[in-house]
Write a protein that binds this ligand. Structure first.
Ligand SMILES: Nc1ncnc2c1ncn2[C@@H]1O[C@H](COP(=O)(O)OP(=O)(O)O)[C@@H](O)[C@H]1O
Ligand SMILES: [Mg+2]
Length: 454
């Protein structure tokens, strides 16, 4: 029987005999070094406990709130931190195979002297999580739930995917993949909500969730188990391979356009749509993001007047097209190809955005623009640069989309330009902050988008 301690999603102080007395200091050091940790640019001032559930002796499921130092503006009452999901193992001695998962040796509190590690790396803990999902039920605030119509075999060998991602994923026997969300926001995660709804529509382009983990106080999605597509390659890997071999990628791009359209149609059937959204507020928000971006990245400033014409033209179009639920973060890394078919994954949207925004209706052109930018990125990874390779992929993708959706995104160039510009502006800020070597990639698009139709 799991032992549990729960508190509301509000941080609180802890006394010295609580395990957090052993863990806070270790986590304050360890969290900011994790790929999935969001607040890297600000020091963590405090780590407080939200819930702790002992899944089995030596394995704690923990939700913590990491508090950041940040300059406060008067009247700003927004939360200064994020909630994270951890699975912590505690042992006297850590075997060498878990050395990479070591968090630290506790110095104080009830765990003093013991080694604490990230238990998602521990096959024993990973196997236990699958067992919990096979036998639905609760453990304190945690709820393990599943689709009873899908058989889940026992004892599938787990392996943690080591790719640098924004979450942690465990593959079980090449049959299922459990994605464990790291940063937790209250509410249903679209990566559970959307694939479940699409599966009910019979959309075969998206692996259907077969089991999931929730916390119930408050309701938030913690993880989703889906069928694993064995032998699948993601679109980014395939595009780079084609480039390296000097191969054309238009047939795949065309089919990817068709697959995107199919998913958009299924989304429009599964969720409410708004057929008469106004372009004005969307264009205004894009222009605001541009102003903020130019403030952060001075290299953008000479292009601001040209880029603004993209948003002005778009905004002046008045009543727009139908808006609907979309993918929200579509690029070549979010699509998988297996058995010559494309599949779309990772419907979380941009994890840095609030959940309500990620679940709102938006133009499907935003997804199309994301994928078009991705072809550009892929082509730019090769020297010498072959812009025409990306242009051919982009055209084929739009043609495939038109074939699937019945409307060609290229038929409304002002819409496409606005969304591509908005995306490129986001990329400029991201690259300037995290990967300055990559900044020339979106800057080349910025130059093109600032002049075209300007
Ligand atoms: N159903 C699946 N079948 C095979 N591989 C998958 C599947 N889902 C995810 N993956 C692999 O896991 C990686 C990360 O998945 P994703 O959902 O995009 O997580 P993240 O939010 O961390 O980006 C993918 O790029 C892919 O390599
Ligand atoms: Mg992803």
């Amino acid at each position: 029987m799991a032992k549990t301690e729960t508190v509301s999603l509000r941080p609180r102080g802890l006394d010295s005999i609580h395990p957090m007395a052993s863990l806070s200091g270790l986590l304050r050091e360890w969290l900011p070094r994790q790929r999935w940790f969001a607040g890297k640019d600000r020091p963590v001032t405090d780590v407080t406990l939200l819930s702790m559930t002992e899944l089995y002796p030596g394995c704690l499921h923990v939700l913590v709130h990491a508090e950041h130092a940040r300059p406060r503006t008067p009247g700003d009452t927004s939360p200064s931190g994020d909630c994270y999901q951890l699975l912590l193992g505690v042992r006297e001695h850590l075997p060498p195979r878990l050395a990479g998962a070591f968090i630290g040796r506790a110095e104080d509190g009830p765990l003093a002297g013991l080694a604490v590690y990230d238990a998602f790396h521990d096959p024993r803990s990973a196997a236990l999580l699958l067992e919990r999902l096979r036998h639905p039920g609760t453990a304190g605030p945690l709820a393990f739930e599943r689709d009873p119509s899908v058989p889940l075999p026992a004892a599938l060998a787990p392996r943690l995917l080591d790719a640098e991602q924004s979450n942690s994923s465990i593959v079980y026997g090449d049959a299922f993949i459990l994605k464990v969300f790291r940063r937790i926001q209250p509410g249903v995660n679209p990566d559970l909500e959307v694939p479940s709804a699409l599966a009910r529509q019979g959309c075969a382009r998206v692996p259907a969730p077969v089991a999931w983990i929730r916390t119930t106080r408050p309701d938030a999605t913690l993880g989703v188990l889906q069928p694993f597509l064995p032998g699948a390659s993601d679109g980014w890997t395939l595009a780079l391979r084609a480039l390296a071999e000097g191969r054309d990628f238009t047939a795949e791009s065309y089919e990817l356009g068709q697959a995107t359209a199919e998913v958009h149609l299924a989304l429009a059937t599964s969720f409410p749509t708004d057929p008469r959204s106004e372009n004005g507020p969307v264009a205004a928000a894009m222009a605001e993001r541009l102003t903020a971006a130019a403030h952060c990245v001075p290299a953008l400033q000479p292009y601001v007047p040209g880029l603004r014409t993209a948003f002005d033209t778009f905004g002046a179009c008045g009543a727009g097209r139908t808006v609907q639920r979309i993918h929200g973060d579509l690029h070549l890394g979010q699509v998988l190809r297996a058995d010559r078919e494309w599949f779309v994954i990772d419907f979380e949207g941009e994890p840095s955005r609030p959940l309500a925004e990620r679940r709102s209706v938006q133009s499907p052109v935003r997804d199309v623009a994301g994928m078009l930018r991705s072809f550009d990125y892929a082509a730019r990874t090769r020297q010498p640069w072959h812009p025409e390779w990306a242009d051919r992929c982009r055209d084929a993708y739009c043609a495939g989309y038109a074939d699937g959706a019945g409307s060609d995104p290229r038929a409304e160039p002002q819409l496409l330009r606005a969304y591509e510009t908005d995306r490129a502006v986001y990329e400029v800020v991201y690259e300037a902050r995290h990967r300055p070597d990559w900044l020339p990639v979106p800057m080349a698009a910025i130059r093109r988008l600032a002049t075209r139709g300007g």
